[in-house]
Design a protein around this ligand. Structure first.
Ligand code: HEC
Length: 110
């Protein structure tokens, strides 16, 4: 009986977690396209292109994840032609950011 209770609670925990976690594609659509464009083509003054972007193609996953998590503002900013900061994405989990990095490196580049 005890085993059954444990099994059921592990199952419901797993169910709750997977229902809440969003995929990189979902987060991209909901949170990133306003500034970076639906297909990562970028938007004038708002955000640089991600498609064909050397930083995305050449950087380690951890470096891209850090920009998403911490954002880029003030002295950390790289582009003058995009005056606004890259907003830090504090609400995303590390797993969600990892999936987002994969989305940027693979799907967006197609
Ligand atoms: C309010 C507009 C805005 C939103 C929303 C936004 N970004 Fe950005 N992002 C920027 C700007 C502006 C920069 C360039 C910052 C700089 O000057 O270094 C940037 C830079 C980046 C970079 C670094 C690119 C490079 O060439 O160095 C990555 C990666 C990135 N954003 C990913 C994302 C992801 C993923 C999301 C969604 C979770 C997102 N951004 C949402 C505006 C935005």
């Amino acid at each position: 009986m005890k085993k059954l209770v444990v099994a059921v609670s592990v199952l419901s925990l797993f169910g709750a977690t997977s229902a809440m976690a969003k995929t990189g594609a979902e987060i991209w659509k909901a949170t990133c396209t306003a500034c970076h464009g639906a297909n990562g083509e970028g938007k004038k003054s708002l955000g640089p292109a991600q498609k064909g972007n050397k930083f995305i193609i050449d950087s380690a996953d951890a470096d891209i994840a850090a920009v998403i998590k911490e954002g880029r503002a003030g002295a950390a900013k790289k582009y003058k032609e995009f005056p606004s900061p890259m907003p830090a994405q504090k609400a995303l989990t590390d797993a969600e950011i990892a999936d987002l990095v994969k989305y940027l490196k693979e799907d967006i580049q197609k």
